[in-house]
Design a protein around this ligand. Structure first.
Ligand code: USQ
Length: 406
């Protein structure tokens, strides 16, 4: 298949491009390199040394004989350029990662909120709009988030996108319907993924576009089978307070002797998936497109759930790291339960990589190798969800007052 990978220079876009190229697909990356610019803005860098996208694709070709094409296009701003590229190349499928993906970054300031909404919603809409205009029947796979469901305790398993409901009619009968699971975003970034869902719903219904939305959990790990093949194919690995995600952050912190930064009581339960499974799921979704005219296909792309404090305690035990119980900069439930259905990928053959000590220590080893690149002042999460920090959690599970760490 000819596949366009929008955002193919990013944390999941790059290993996905390699994985799909390795399985014989013709890969075309479209990316505006915004993630690299944001590193410059924030004054941070990936823990792993990343080469330019051109150099990465050159190495991939030298290693495998396969070409990955790169196009510098901004989906959100260059509509005409995007349309021209799609018209000339007419891909069979499009994988869409081209969005600002960090919740803390989206909450940094009014400017960051505007940027995240403008960038993410425009990128998605421009893509959908162009597909209709060009009558291009490419299967669109979007990287969404488990966060669209929210993190309140529901007391029932979260279904894969759609919720069956009974509605009482005026004559007293109950009619059943399946509706999009009610959105409950916890950050401006998550809001944009909820808005994307509505755009997908409309374009599938109105124009018959074939769309798959992947509601992904928190990704952990850094290597995939293909990124391991050459030092210059290495994936990016974020550790800073804006882009580093919880489990990878704890592992890096353990590697550099930094206290594990648990927000609040660490009672937050979240869904997780290893990066290798993430790229496998995208391949499974590609091979199982919805029919034209069908509703949006939604998968929960996660393999297990964990509580933040359990992860911190497990890593502390494994590495001897200290845990710092910090005031939570986010506005989120201090404790929640989370049960998630993920049968659809399991039924398609996904055999999940779970948190085995082996893979966790592989990440600690990568972090130790590149520890000299870490700027410790960039580890704390400083983006606050509310100006009223006193309103957020300020005690650990035993009721001790929380301290800050530097
Ligand atoms: N947390 C800590 N300490 C830290 C970092 C995070 O306790 O040092 C806590 C947060 O307060 C939160 C949880 O860990 O309760 C998860 O935070 P995160 O930064 O790992 O994940 P999140 O902001 O939710 O976003 C990440 C990705 C995003 C993706 C999302 C999936 O950046 O692109 O959509 O995970 S999900 O969380 O399922 O919505």
């Amino acid at each position: 298949m000819k596949i366009a990978v929008m955002g193919g220079d990013g944390f999941i876009g790059w290993p996905t491009s390699l994985h799909l190229s390795d399985t014989g697909h013709d890969i075309h990356i479209l990316d505006n390199l915004s993630r690299r610019w944001i590193d410059t803005e924030l004054g941070v860098q990936s823990l792993t040394p990343m080469d330019s996208i051109q150099e990465r694709t050159r190495i991939w070709h030298a290693e495998t004989g396969r070409r990955i094409h790169f196009n510098l296009i901004d989906l959100a701003k260059d509509y005409e350029l995007l349309k021209k590229w799609l018209a000339e190349n007419r891909p069979d499928a499009i994988v869409h990662f081209a969005e600002q993906r960090a919740a803390p970054y989206s909450m940094k300031s009014d400017r960051h909120k505007n940027y995240t909404v403008n960038n993410n919603v425009n990128a998605t809409h421009n893509l959908l709009n162009a597909l209709v205009e060009l009558q291009l029947d490419a299967h669109l796979i979007h990287l969404g988030t488990m966060g669209v469901y929210g993190y309140s305790t529901v007391g029932a398993a979260i279904p894969e996108g759609y919720l069956p409901v009974g509605i009482e009619t005026s004559s007293g009968e109950t009619v059943s319907q399946e509706i999009l699971y009610p959105s409950n975003p916890g950050s401006i970034y998550h809001v944009t993924k909820c808005l994307d869902q509505l755009l997908f719903h409309f374009y599938a219904k109105n124009d018959g576009l074939r769309i798959t939305d992947l509601h992904q959990g928190i990704v952990w790990g850094t290597h995939t089978e293909q990124t391991r093949r050459h030092p210059q194919l290495v994936n990016r690995f974020d550790y800073d307070g804006d882009y580093g995600t919880v489990l990878n952050r704890f592992l890096i912190q353990a590697a550099i002797g930094y206290p594990l930064t648990v927000h609040g009581t660490g009672g937050q339960t979240r869904a997780f998936i290893h990066i290798q499974d993430s790229v496998r799921c995208i391949e499974l979704a590609l091979n199982n497109p919805p029919a034209r005219g069908a509703r949006v296909e939604i998968f929960n792309q996660m393999t297990e759930t964990h509580r933040v404090r359990d992860l911190a305690e497990m890593i502390a035990k494994m590495s001897g790291a200290e845990i710092a119980w910090l005031p939570n900069p986010r506005k989120e439930a201090a404790e929640n339960e989370l049960i998630v259905k993920n049968e659809k990928f399991r039924n398609l053959g996904l055999d999940p990589i779970t948190l085995q000590a082996g893979l966790l220590s592989e990440i600690v080893d990568v972090a130790k190798k590149f520890a000299y690149r870490v700027d410790r002042s960039r580890v704390p999460a400083v983006s606050a969800w509310t100006k009223d920090i006193a309103a957020t959690i300020n005690h650990d599970p035993e009721g001790r007052r929380l301290k800050s760490v530097s």
